[in-house]
Design a protein. Structure first.
Length: 231
């Protein structure tokens, strides 16, 4: 990374601007665990953003012997392209829109409200199904390590950080295998420390390009991965 990078940003220089550096999400979690060894004696809780963050975060939590939990956040996607998000809904019900993108896309108020409603229902469903009646841990007393499988625009992560801060968290570390340099540096400005093994620049960025094997994590696989793993 260049000299202008934030002081609280930790990467692996040998992975900078490279693709296919992880075999899969589990391998990425192992590499992050090695990067975060210094947290081994802390009171940290790993919180993963479903769905892709779960296989990464679970390995990280297991390797460092940390409690594991979820920070359910989902992007609000375009009606005609579910890969593109223009906002996000968090586990606490808060909604944040990317107003600049909304303006450029020319979305109607009706389309926006439909997107918010659909995503809010998805988040509520995931919270109920994946967390059941289990309450969140005390977020005000622990170091939270917030995990996803990568940062493209970083908007979902921004919303996750905001929701955790609203819930009383005052110590947040973000750990992601890969991320666009602009997004990584932006989020680093909102948290204590950000760990990103594989930082890449350029106009075209896809999280999947950091992995040799990549597929979406569906609800069935997500439930199987969790299987009593919550703290």
């Amino acid at each position: 990374m260049g000299v202008s990078s934030p002081d609280n940003l930790v990467d692996l220089p040998e992975f900078f601007d490279k693709v296919k550096v992880f075999r899969d999400r589990q391998h990425a979690g192992e590499i992050l665990a090695d990067m975060l060894r210094e947290y081994g004696a802390s009171d940290a809780i790993v919180m993963a953003i479903p769905a892709g963050g779960v296989p990464v975060g679970k390995v990280l939590a297991e390797k460092l012997n940390f409690p594991f939990d979820l920070a359910v956040v989902s992007k609000i996607t375009l009606p005609w392209n579910t890969e593109v998000g223009y906002g996000a809904v968090a586990f606490d019900g808060s909604v944040r829109l990317n107003n600049d993108l909304v303006a450029r896309l020319g979305l109607t108020d009706e389309e926006i409200q439909q997107g918010i409603s659909k995503t809010s229902a998805k988040v509520a469903h995931r919270v109920k199904n994946l967390r059941s009646e289990q309450a969140l841990p005390d977020l005000s007393t622990s170091q939270i390590i917030l995990v996803d499988d990568g940062l493209a625009s970083g908007f979902t992560m921004h919303v996750a950080v905001e929701a955790l801060q609203k819930a009383g968290t005052n110590r947040i570390t973000v750990a992601v295998p890969t991320g666009h340099q602009r997004s990584v540096e932006s989020i680093a400005g909102e948290v204590d420390t950000l760990y990103c093994a594989n930082i890449r620049g350029g106009y075209h960025f896809a999280v999947a390009d950091a992995y040799e094997r990549w597929s979406d994590v569906d609800e069935e696989e997500l439930a199987s991965l969790l299987g009593g793993a919550l703290s």
